[in-house]
Ligand binder design. Structure first.
Ligand code: PMP
Length: 428
């Protein structure tokens, strides 16, 4: 069980905040961009605190989607007619926007996938199959999402390799010295989450990568929860692979990014075979296309890719630093307010956190909390959050998780607190 650790309200330290903008953040103006927020649930104004599962979409993104279908829908790359050329140009423009967003050197290093999960499976099935061998070891951490556990487990089973796990402490921080001890000549890959979806912990991925590189080992970073909250600089991190999903970044579902260093991607076999990923096909032999197309078999998710560009532009225009500062304030307010509730314990009190408040209340099942909060119009996530081994580490069946985004307010957190007092009244 987690011992009583006093949470530091708003643990995100100033030097981790994206730098740049100092201007005030107008949350009302931001909220006006998200039409879904303006509704009632069970007769109460919606409070949406399930942002770590997926964020809501601004009107600009919704418009980009419908405008694509209204004006330029066509298949890309092979067509020579005007619409095909327009669609191709817009699709490839997203690749350049993503490149800038994550500070990659080359657009060829940006591969479109269906999401984080597919990006990890792609790397496990290609780079992993090439480099993980019998007797070898793959290191992950205790706080991984199932999507950064199962593909490596499957690979290890197939190859006769062993999955090793970096331990975490009671706060939800990786014990770095233990990670160092796990690294050895046997290590063949490291896969680690940048930001934990269950705890909010920001992991020291730059240090983790540097240490693995001392052993010549490549590292994949699961950035699903980081992309919307932190400045991601794949070159500064020296990440070999970095994956994330559009839908947690105010963009559509069904589109994600795999960043990989060019030399690694070039040496990897394709993931799926089909159209687009080939140069020439005969019944005797197929030659594969260049990067990034080698990894993009079939007609891709054109509309959602194009709308992802709008989402990234939206976040960039608001300024990540401003958004992060606002979210950090929300976390600070929530941590203070929640700690006042009798029997409530915050799970995840890491040194550096994004705006995730996971908690348990003594004697009350998280699911009951979630159901009662929903009747109050407050949407939270309850359960294991696709991190069952992490829950086991803390001796918990699950938690209630409130995760905050750019459009949330302190008043909404107060609604959560009022809702929790109602839960206590009803169930304790
Ligand atoms: N990793 C983390 C840390 C996540 O939070 C999630 C989504 N909950 C995933 C991976 C999987 O992302 P997706 O379902 O978009 O593939």
């Amino acid at each position: 069980m987690l011992t009583a650790v006093q949470p530091t309200p708003g643990n995100l330290t100033a030097d981790r905040l994206p730098k740049g903008e100092d201007l005030a953040f107008d949350v009302d103006k931001v909220r006006a961009d998200f039409p879904i927020l303006d509704q009632t649930i069970h007769g109460k104004p919606l409070v949406y605190f399930d942002n770590a599962a997926t964020t809501q979409k601004p009107m600009a993104v919704i418009r980009a989607l419908s405008s694509y279908y209204e004006t330029i829908n066509a298949n890309i790359h092979r067509g020579i007619h005007t619409l095909a050329e327009k669609a191709t140009a817009e699709y490839e423009a997203t690749r350049e926007t993503v490149r800038q967003f994550i500070h990659a050197s080359l657009t060829e290093e940006v591969i479109f996938t269906r999401g984080t999960t597919e990006g990890i499976n792609l790397v496990a099935s290609t780079y992993g199959r090439q480099h993980v061998t019998r007797g070898g070891e793959v290191i992950i951490s205790t706080m991984e999402h199932h999507s950064n556990i199962v593909p490596w487990q499957m690979l290890c089973e197939e190859k006769g390799a062993t999955l090793r796990v970096m331990p975490i402490d009671e706060n939800g921080d990786i014990v770095f010295e233990e990670y160092e001890k796990l690294l050895s000549e046997k290590t063949q890959f490291v896969a680690v989450v940048h930001v934990s979806n269950s705890l909010g912990t920001i992991n020291p991925v730059k240090r983790i990568i540097a240490k693995a590189h001392e052993y010549g080992v490549k590292v994949l970073v699961d950035g699903a929860q980081a992309a919307a909250h932190l400045d991601v600089d794949v070159r500064d991190l020296d990440a070999d692979f970095y994956v994330f999903s559009s839908h947690k970044l105010y963009g559509p579902t069904g589109i994600g990014i795999l960043y990989g260093k060019k030399a690694l991607l070039e040496a990897m076999p394709p993931y799926q075979g089909g159209g687009e990923m080939i140069k020439e096909v005969s019944f005797e032999k197929t030659t594969y296309n260049e990067l990034p197309y080698k990894f993009e078999a079939g007609t891709p998710n054109i509309a959602d890719t194009i709308a992802l560009k709008t989402a990234i532009e939206y976040v960039t225009r608001l300024g990540k630093a401003r958004v992060a500062r606002h979210e950090n304030e929300l976390l600070r307010h929530a941590t203070e307010a929640l700690t006042e509730i009798p029997g409530l314990r915050i799970v995840g009190t890491a040194r550096e956190k994004i705006s995730v408040a996971s908690f348990v209340i003594e004697g009350i099942h998280p699911q009951d909390i979630g159901i009662i909060l929903d009747t109050q119009g407050v949407a939270v996530r309850t359960g294991h959050h696709c991190t069952q081994p992490l829950m086991k580490r803390f001796g918990l069946p699950g938690t209630t998780r409130a995760s905050f985004a750019m459009y949330n307010t302190k008043e909404e957190i107060n609604r959560l607190v009022t809702g929790l007092h109602k839960v206590l009244k009803m169930l304790s």
